[in-house]
Write a protein that binds this ligand. Structure first.
Ligand code: PRX
Length: 675
């Protein structure tokens, strides 16, 4: 929390929300909070009595079919229990339906209001779907799923591009109390297969093909490849996106969306579920090779997505939120789908890329629909900044009042560019820190309220008590001007509840490394004024272009290639993508790469292997064929040495005396230099 008063903070360089922000608020809209002092007051309440604070929020903001008995269990423990380490349960005894909260209640009030603005890959091919129309389609798809035997508590796999049907599908699944498991459509068939099997999904929803950046992706073909090893899958529902006729088809198993949907009436009632029933799984990468199905439960997640959208982005019901993220990742779940719809606002579903047909695409969309909140990862901003301001200058962006950033720290020069060229100094820039596991923002400024510093995610959201911990001693670092690993002292409603089918792994990953705290995996600093600065992952996770990758997962992929003996994958800074991946690979037969042509050919094969095993987005930027890897006497690979060499800091390798093969260091330096 800030230790100085607001005036002093501002005099020392923190920035006030711009005046234009307030002028751009919808007419007649009442601000949610008066000022920063009110945030401080509410924040204190949320930490002092989280049960009371969030119970009131849950009653005011969500619609319940049965009111909950307890705001939180266990009631008397505000912080994580050091013995059990268990997460809390929220709104216990309550019943509700996620789809009802996202869609029905707005459709009942205002059926003709736009719920989704679909901007297709090709400009001018999109359309608008109202809340009323959306509800009908959802109800029809729910009935298809019921007919296929999907019941409450079953998981349904979703492998779809960014089209309205992705939202229709998610809502149709949760309407009948089932659990969605979205697999990012950039994942390969092998990754898709593993996730379908892990979640035991029997139904897959996909499209014939996808279109992105003018290119066609053979989506159904990838699904078919995956399903060769998923005997439990009984049916595949296929949305016709391009209508090309040659897609593979398995009679009896595969069903066309457009044929099925017309068989059903436009309404079925939603199924109420308990607050703590699972809402969705979303697979993400961790320190080990095996992806984790992060499990979010219903009421807590909904409340987190709703409140952060409302307070962090200042979303009012007449706003139009454009989150340029994919529904295959958490940003898409919380801020394309759930957050905007829960608030009854309009969400933009954008199928394409920022560079197609040219670098003006985002701004053209903002101008065309008068978008009020825009949310994107810095990696896209770096691309657009590099392309040049001419692509942004000729558009009317005066509707924008909140500009969000997510996924990695936003460098001051990118922040400046965003502020000047996109916000035209009249929008509030909100750098939001959070994770798949946190469900919604945990450290972020509130638009129109919080003073900011470029590059800092500022202060915690309601109910989050961040702690900076000394990574060696595990002790909390008290006061300001401290740096360590970022933890959270107390449970909050939208935190993940488990890893699917593996609660012990959940505890081991998040709640036991620093007992009594939730461990984020990120390093962070709290500056002299109490602002939080995220310093990046301290584990083996690398964020490349907004995609979260596990170095261990890439290593497991590389080892699938028959020539590979072992590999070590590390992240290194990259101007455009934030981080990039380098793979140091030792082959079984070292003579194979004495010849340059041979070596290049092998490198290409290795890239293909990673694309095939994980997906194109995980392909290493650099493959370095080496004779050996630096290892301690106990055989542990010292990745730190490779990171330092890649960063050009070979004079700062630190202690290398524990290496069993010290000669390898010079060899690695030579290989990196000659690459
Ligand atoms: O390292 C942090 C980084 O992204 C990680 C979470 O990745 P994922 O679960 O894929 O979710 C991404 C979208 C929320 C974090 O552990 N990260 C996220 N937001 C920021 C960030 N790093 C710095 N600043 C941020 N605003």
């Amino acid at each position: 929390m800030p230790t100085k008063d607001l005036d002093l903070l501002l005099r020392e360089g923190a920035l006030q929300p711009p005046k234009g922000f307030f002028e751009r608020r919808p007419p007649n809209s009442k601000p949610f909070l008066k000022n920063f002092d009110e945030y401080l007051k509410l924040y204190k309440q949320s930490i002092d009595d989280p049960e009371k604070f969030f119970s009131q929020m849950a009653i005011e903001n969500l619609s319940w079919s049965k009111k909950f008995d307890y705001g939180r269990l266990p009631t008397n423990e505000k912080i994580f229990n050091k013995e059990t380490c268990d997460a809390a349960a929220w709104f216990v005894g309550g019943e509700l339906n996620a789809c009802y909260n996202c869609v029905d209640r707005h459709a009942l009030l205002n059926p003709n209001k736009p719920a989704i603005i679909y901007e297709a890959d090709e400009p001018n091919e999109g359309y608008i779907l109202t809340f009323g129309e959306l509800l009908k389609k959802i109800c029809q798809v729910s009935q298809i799923l019921k007919q296929l035997g999907v019941k409450k508590g079953d998981t349904v796999a979703v492998y779809l591009p960014m089209i309205p049907e992705a939202i229709i599908t998610l809502m149709a699944i949760v309407r009948i109390g089932a659990i969605h498991s979205v697999i990012f459509a950039g994942f390969s068939s092998a990754s898709l297969r593993d996730r379908i099997i892990d979640a035991n999904s029997k139904i897959v929803i996909t499209s014939d093909e996808s279109k992105r950046g003018g290119k066609i992706i053979e989506t159904k073909k990838i699904v078919d490849e995956a399903l060769k090893q998923c005997p439990a899958v009984t049916n595949v529902l296929v949305f016709k996106r391009t209508g090309n006729s040659h897609i593979p088809w398995t009679k009896g198993r595969d069903l066309w969306w457009h044929e099925e949907i017309n068989k059903y009436i436009p309404y079925i009632p939603p199924t109420a579920v308990s607050s703590e029933d699972p809402l969705f799984l979303l697979y993400t990468s961790g320190s080990t090779g095996k992806p984790k199905g992060v499990q979010h439960n219903t009421a807590g997640y909904l409340l987190g997505a709703l409140l952060t959208t409302k307070y962090v982005f200042d979303v009012h019901p007449d706003d139009i939120l454009f989150t340029a993220g994919d529904v295959g990742w958490i940003t898409g779940h919380s801020y394309v789908v759930y957050g905007p719809l829960l608030n009854g606002a309009t969400t933009v579903v954008f199928e394409g890329t920022p560079a197609y047909p040219n670098y003006s695409r985002y701004w053209e969309i903002v101008d065309k629909y008068k978008v009020t909140q825009f949310y994107v990862a810095p990696t896209a901003l770096r691309l657009l900044k590099r392309a040049g301001s001419k692509y942004v200058e000729n558009y009317d962006l005066s509707s924008l009042r909140t500009l969000g950033s997510v996924g990695e720290p936003i460098a001051p020069e990118v922040w400046e560019w965003y502020n000047e060229f996109v916000g035209r100094n009249n929008a509030h820039i909100c750098d939001t820190y959070w994770q798949t596991e946190t469900g919604s923002h945990i450290i972020a400024p509130l638009a129109g309220i919080t003073p900011t510093k470029a590059g800092s995610a500022s202060f915690p959201f309601f109910g989050i008590d961040p702690v900076i911990v000394d990574p060696v001693s595990g002790e909390e670092l008290i006061g300001n001007d401290v740096e360590g690993v970022l933890c959270v002292r107390n449970p909050w409603p939208s935190m993940a509840r488990s890893i699917w089918n593996d609660y012990n792994r959940f505890l081991d990953t998040y709640l036991k490394p620093f007992r009594g705290y939730y461990f984020t995996g990120d390093g962070a600093a709290r500056d002299k004024d109490g602002f939080y600065w995220i310093l990046g992952r301290v584990d083996d996770v690398v964020n490349v272009s907004g995609h979260r990758l596990s170095t261990a997962e890439i290593e497991s992929a590389l080892i699938e290639h028959h020539l590979v003996a072992e590999s070590a994958v590390v992240g290194f800074p990259d101007e455009l993508t934030g981080s990039a991946v380098a793979a140091f690979v030792a082959l079984k037969d070292k003579s194979l790469y004495s010849d340059d042509d041979n070596a290049n050919d092998i490198k290409k094969q290795l890239i293909v292997t990673v694309r095939k095993e994980i997906g194109p987005f995980a392909a290493p930027k650099m493959i370095l064929l080496v004779n050996d890897l630096p290892k301690t006497r106990s055989g542990k690979i010292m990745r730190r040495i490779m990171r330092k060499i890649l960063a050009g800091e070979e004079d700062q390798l630190g202690d290398v005396s524990t290496l069993s093969n010290p000669d390898v260091v010079q060899h690695l330096i030579d290989v990196v230099k000659s690459n």
